[in-house]
Design a protein around this ligand. Structure first.
Ligand SMILES: CC(C)(COP(=O)(O)OP(=O)(O)OC[C@H]1O[C@@H](n2cnc3c(N)ncnc32)[C@H](O)[C@@H]1OP(=O)(O)O)[C@@H](O)C(=O)NCCC(=O)NCCS
Length: 332
C-alpha cells in the first residue's frame, strides 16, 4: 500500500430480498407449526422465498448493482469479487464468476467463499486484507443465499427458520487513517460438522437415487447445540475484537449481528453488557438469510440513517462449520 493510503472503507452497500413473503401462518399450512411457536422461539414473523428465476447469482447481482450505485464508483474500477454463499447456483463454476459475467464487470479475480452464515463477515475480512496488501483497489463483497432450495419442508425444526436474499458492499481505500475497517477476526472449529450440515451432494455422499430418497440433500441441524455454540462464539468473538482494537463494549454505537434467532442476540447482548437498542435487527421480516444476513442488515441500517460518520460499528456472525467472525468499523 502506498504511504498515502491507510485504511479500507465501505464505499457503498446494497441489498435485495425476493418479493414473495411467506408468513408464519403460511408456514403453518405446510408443516405442523404455529405463528406463536415461531415468534416466541425465534422472533421471526415472516421470510422471503425466491422464485425459480431468482437464483443466488441473480439476487447477488441485484444487491451488488445497488451497492455500486451507492459507492459512486464506476464498475470498471472493481478488481475483486467475493461471493459468500452456501447455496451457489451450481457447484461450479463459482457464483462469483456468474456475477462477473452478468454484471459485465472486468475480467478480474472472482471466487466464492464458503463459511455458511459467517460468510459475509469472513469475506469482508478477506477482501480488506487483500486491499491492505496494496495489490487490489476496489472489491465487491456479496453475501447471497437461496436457502429455500435446501430446506426440508417436512422438517419443522429447520424449515421455519431460514429465508432468501443478498447483501453487498463495495470496498475501497481511503487516505484517512482514522476511519474504515479497524480490525477483522475469524475462527473455526470443525470438530462437530453434523451440528449443522447438508450431508449429500459432495464427495462424501454424491448425488444418487438413494441420497435423494433419504432426503440427504436438505439442511440438517441440531438446534440446541447450535444455539449454545452461537451464544458462546458470538460473545467471545465480540469481546476479543474489542480488546484487540482497544475498545470497551460501551464504546460501540451499533452492533449488526447475524440474524438467526432473537433469543441468541438477546443472550449475546446480555453477556456483552450492551443494551438491545444498540443492536440492529430485521430477522422478524427475513428469517435467517445465512451469508446474506449481515449484509442486508448493514445496508438497511445505513439507508435508515442508523449509522453516522464517526460511529463504531461491530459486525458479528456465526455459522455452520462451526465458523465465527467479527469486524470493527469506524464509519467514515
Ligand atoms: C431451533 C430452535 C428455535 C428450537 O428452539 P428450542 O427452544 O431449542 O426448541 P426444542 O428444539 O427444544 O424443541 C421444543 C419442542 O418444540 C418442537 N418444535 C420444533 N420445531 C417446531 C416448530 N417449528 N413448530 C412447533 N414445534 C416445534 C419440538 O419438536 C419440541 O417438541 P417436544 O418437546 O414435544 O419434543 C433453537 O434451538 C435455535 O434457534 N437454535 C439455533 C438455530 C440456528 O440459529 N441455526 C442457524 C445457525 S447459522
Amino acid at each position: 500500500m502506498s504511504a498515502a493510503v491507510q485504511s479500507v472503507v465501505i464505499l457503498g452497500t446494497g441489498s435485495y430480498t425476493p418479493k414473495r413473503v411467506l408468513t408464519n401462518a403460511a408456514m403453518a399450512e405446510m408443516v405442523d407449526t404455529s405463528d406463536e411457536w415461531i415468534r416466541t422461539r425465534t422472533g421471526i414473523r415472516e421470510r422471503r422465498f425466491a422464485s425459480a428465476k431468482e437464483t443466488t447469482s441473480h439476487m447477488a447481482c441485484t444487491a451488488a448493482a445497488k451497492a455500486l450505485e451507492a459507492s459512486k464508483l464506476d464498475k470498471s474500477k472493481i478488481d475483486l469479487i467475493i461471493v459468500a454463499t452456501m447455496t451457489p447456483d451450481m457447484p461450479f463454476p463459482s457464483t462469483a464468476c456468474l456475477v462477473q459475467s452478468q454484471m459485465d464487470l472486468p475480467k478480474i479475480m472472482a471466487f466464492d467463499l464458503q463459511a455458511a452464515c459467517s460468510g459475509f463477515v469472513y469475506a469482508l475480512s478477506v477482501a480488506s486484507n487483500m486491499l491492505e496488501s496494496g495489490k487490489f483497489n476496489n472489491a465487491l463483497v456479496i453475501g447471497a443465499e437461496k436457502t429455500s432450495g435446501i430446506l426440508d419442508f417436512e422438517d419443522r425444526t429447520t424449515c421455519v427458520l431460514f429465508g432468501d436474499g443478498a447483501g453487498a458492499a463495495v470496498l475501497g481505500r481511503s487516505c484517512k487513517n482514522s476511519v474504515g475497517i479497524i480490525r477483522s477476526l475469524s475462527g473455526s472449529d470443525g470438530s462437530n460438522p453434523k451440528f449443522l450440515h447438508q450431508p449429500a451432494g459432495g464427495s462424501a455422499i454424491p448425488a444418487s437415487p438413494k441420497s435423494l430418497s433419504d432426503r440427504q440433500h436438505f439442511l440438517k441441524m441440531n438446534g440446541q447445540e447450535i444455539f449454545k455454540q452461537a451464544v458462546r462464539v458470538m460473545t467471545q468473538s465480540s469481546q476479543d475484537i474489542l480488546e484487540l482494537g482497544g475498545y470497551k463494549s460501551s464504546d460501540i454505537d451499533l452492533v449488526i449481528p447475524h440474524q438467526a434467532n432473537m433469543r441468541i442476540i438477546e443472550s449475546v447482548a446480555k453477556r456483552l453488557g450492551t443494551p438491545m437498542e444498540k443492536f440492529y435487527n430485521n430477522l422478524e421480516y427475513y428469517g435467517n438469510t445465512s451469508a446474506a444476513s449481515v449484509g442486508i442488515a448493514l445496508d438497511e441500517a445505513l439507508r435508515k440513517g442508523k449509522i453516522q460518520s464517526g460511529d463504531l460499528i461491530l459486525l458479528v456472525a456465526f455459522g455452520a462449520g462451526l465458523t465465527w467472525a467479527s469486524t470493527l468499523i469506524k464509519w467514515q
